[in-house]
Design a protein around this ligand. Structure first.
Ligand code: F6P
Length: 323
């Protein structure tokens, strides 16, 4: 048996660890493994590279994706998807593991429906894939965001200035809420919940009056007001309310994966190979509780993983202002 593995969509720390796990588990079954370069774009063009155990040395701890990932307009078409299946067949590939976020998993479903057996592994820092409690990369990105918030707070306390930290998440506030919770932020804005900038300025006033030396707001991309608008609003509110903006940006999607992400990658990678070996394709491997489940791709494609409102409320509750 020969399988291929690709990484798709936005990069997430732990993608390399997932590819390594898939390959190692496949080698354990005596299978051949081909790595696909540059995601679906490379699959279409038949860019396969044979890998052996030696070629994967050191991949566990590497950030980014060693296979590359590229958006492909061609693959978005029906004809492109059929050509991708054809390219896999020509290379003798009998099964494919796709490591990526919602868009990549939608591609995986389309290929599976066209006759190429596919197993999906959720990997995105946004944690917006349905059917899994955690995607690969979330824990690392979260720890990176918390590290940034901790450092910003040091600066904020020393200068007595307000700081707005913008975190990634596309249109999902998970990273923002969890990093606000773990970073002890004074407020958090997400795309899911509306916040009036005047309310943040009032919180800031109360915070300073209560004797807090800093005021740190975490704003998710996709939130309204945006981080930039909120910063402007605070700066316009009066001389004593200067605010600075730090966008954590692509720092969050880089870096070596945490132990959690490495282990998750190992568990999901091995489970994907087992699913293909069992002839149970068309599934995504998801972490539910502490168990890895096979979730039909058609159940999760196009679905959201909504932010838990309880966690959003908790972030507000734990940010109480001293009286
Ligand atoms: O979906 C992953 C993600 O990192 C988002 O959090 C972010 O909005 C986006 O990708 C960044 O994408 P790009 O690297 O294409 O700007």
């Amino acid at each position: 048996m020969k399988i291929a593995v690709l990484t798709g969509g936005g990069v997430a720390p732990g993608m390399n660890a997932a590819v390594r796990a898939v390959a190692q588990a496949a080698f354990g079954k005596g299978w051949e493994v081909a790595a696909v370069e540059s995601g679906y774009a490379g699959l279409l063009e038949g860019r396969f590279r044979s890998v052996d155990s030696g070629a994967l040395s050191g991949w566990m701890s590497r950030g980014g994706t060693m296979l590359g990932t590229e958006r492909s307009d061609d693959f978005a078409t029906d004809e492109g998807k059929s050509r991708a299946v054809e390219a896999a067949r020509e290379a003798g590939v009998e099964g494919l593991v796709v490591v990526g976020g919602g868009g990549s998993l939608a591609g995986a479903l389309a290929l599976d429906e066209r006759g190429l057996p596919v197993a999906g592994i959720p990997a995105t820092i946004d944690n917006d894939v349905a059917g899994t409690d955690m995607s690969i990369g979330v824990d690392t990105a979260l720890n990176t965001a918390v590290g940034i918030i901790d450092r910003i707070r040091d600066t904020a306390s020393s200068h007595h200035r307000a700081h707005v930290v913008e975190v990634f998440g596309r249109d999902n506030g998970y990273l923002a809420v969890m990093s606000a919770l773990a970073g002890g932020a004074d407020a958090v804005l997400t795309p899911e919940f509306e916040t009036k900038p005047e309310d943040i300025v009032r919180l800031l006033e109360e915070s300073y009056e209560g004797g807090k030396p800093h005021f740190v707001v975490v704003v998710s991309e996709g939130a309204s007001p945006t981080a930039d608008e909120l910063c402007g609003h605070i700066n316009d509110a009066g001389e004593s309310y200067a605010a600075d903006l730090t966008a954590a940006g692509h720092i969050q999607s880089g870096g070596g994966p945490t132990a959690f992400d490495r282990i998750l990658a190992g568990r999901l990678g091995a489970a994907a190979v087992k699913a293909l070996a069992d002839g149970d394709a068309g599934k995504m491997m998801g972490l539910q509780g502490n168990v890895i489940e096979r979730v039909p791709l058609e159940e999760i494609v196009g679905e959201d993983r909504p932010l838990d409102p309880g966690l959003y409320e908790l972030a507000g509750e734990l940010a109480r202002i001293p009286r």
